[in-house]
Write a protein that binds this ligand. Structure first.
Ligand SMILES: [Zn+2]
Length: 364
């Protein structure tokens, strides 16, 4: 090959590899479920959870695929399923039908038998991961992605006993917190992940609940501080222990709540009183916050479908939880994500896709 042609090809190859300098994170609106896409500068990707199943599966999968396309991806390299609740694994088949998934990661056996999860785990899931790789992770494991340091910090009810680099100091926020009743559900099994890109650190713990948060962060803060905290469990108060949130001291929190799920006052109070929090961004307006606890609309990606004339100040009483709870209002129209673009120096920009509102957080 002529030297000039070779040189041109090398320039072209490095140009395409370097078009992305940021770690891009899409928190997708899956109506109070979770789907968070991390895209490394190398173009490698990690999706954490696939949104809702049932009637929401196609809707949520198409929203996830829209983010995949926006990022210019042809495939999803790694998929972490945090736990086997329908708002986290439900859209997996529909996502896999649209985009190839290379590596399936989870915490192992389901501890909370339920018809939908059992059918999925016995019949559907093994067929999906047979086409790629399957890994059951434990705390301390890593997920290999060029340019990123990705560590598993919780899985299957266990938490890491090793502090992350730069972490490991005594956690003063443990003094005032007490355990809640033990949580026997899949939430406490959640795969928790810390993703670092240069000086930038993001924390995503799925739906990990209160006592496991204390196990992870007391008496030692094993995770250090975070730039971005994807609020745990949609902003419900059975998670978001201040011993975790306040010790992480995130600069920015993004909450994957729905209109009537998450964003409850007790969790909002923990977030708003978190030292150093610069902003909370929400995937939805939460009726459970009311005006009393919500953030300004500029920071909210999706509103409510039927906009009332006035917004009450008081938070709405949450609907009953559990299998007999009334279905939340379905939001099937256009959905907007919140996108975070992080740079190696630790600076990052957050954008609300609904209104284009954007804010840059400079390096510390
Ligand atoms: Zn959930």
């Amino acid at each position: 090959m002529p030297a000039l042609l070779l040189a041109l090809l090398l320039v072209a190859a490095s140009a395409s590899a370097q078009t992305r300098a940021t770690l891009d994170i899409y928190v997708v609106d899956v109506e109070g479920g979770n789907a968070t896409l991390f895209v490394a500068p190398s173009g490698e990707s990690l999706l954490i959870d696939t949104g809702n199943g049932g009637a929401g599966a196609v809707r949520d999968a198409e929203r996830i695929v829209a983010a995949v396309k926006d990022a210019g991806l042809q495939r999803i390299d790694h998929l972490i399923t945090t736990h086997y609740h329908g708002d986290h694994f439900g859209g997996m088949s529909e996502v896999a039908a649209r985009v190839p998934i290379g590596h399936f990661i989870d915490h192992g056996p389901n501890v909370q038998p339920a018809a939908a999860a059992d059918t999925f785990l016995q019949k559907v899931y093994p067929e999906l991961y047979a086409k790629g790789r399957h890994t059951v992770v434990k705390p301390g494991d890593r997920v290999a992605m060029t340019g990123l340091d990705i560590r598993i910090v919780s899985s299957a009810g266990e938490v890491t006993r090793t502090s992350l680099p730069g972490a490991g100091s005594r956690n003063p926020y443990c003094a005032n917190v007490k355990p809640q009743a033990p949580d026997p559900t899949e939430n406490a099994q959640s795969v928790g992940t810390v993703i670092s890109f240069g000086r930038f650190r993001a924390v995503h713990l799925g739906d990990l609940t209160w006592n496991k948060e204390m196990d992870l962060m007391c008496p030692t803060n094993r995770l250090g501080q975070a730039d971005l905290f994807v609020v745990t469990h949609h902003g419900q108060p059975v998670s978001n222990n201040p011993a975790l949130v306040h010790a992480l001291a995130p600069r920015v929190a993004v909450m994957n709540n729905g209109t009537r799920k998450g964003g409850q006052p007790d969790a909002m109070k923990v977030l708003f009183s978190s030292p150093g929090l610069e902003d909370l961004w929400q995937i939805h307006f939460s009726l459970l916050s009311g005006q009393e606890y919500t953030v300004p609309g500029a920071f909210i990606a999706n509103l409510v479908d039927e906009q009332p004339e006035t917004m009450p100040i008081a938070a709405m009483t949450p609907p009953p939880a559990g299998p007999n709870a009334p279905a939340p209002p379905a939001h099937n129209g256009t959905a907007y994500w919140i996108k975070v673009s992080a740079r190696q120096d630790g600076s990052f920009t957050v954008t609300n896709a609904r209104n284009g509102f954007t804010k840059t957080y400079s390096a510390r």
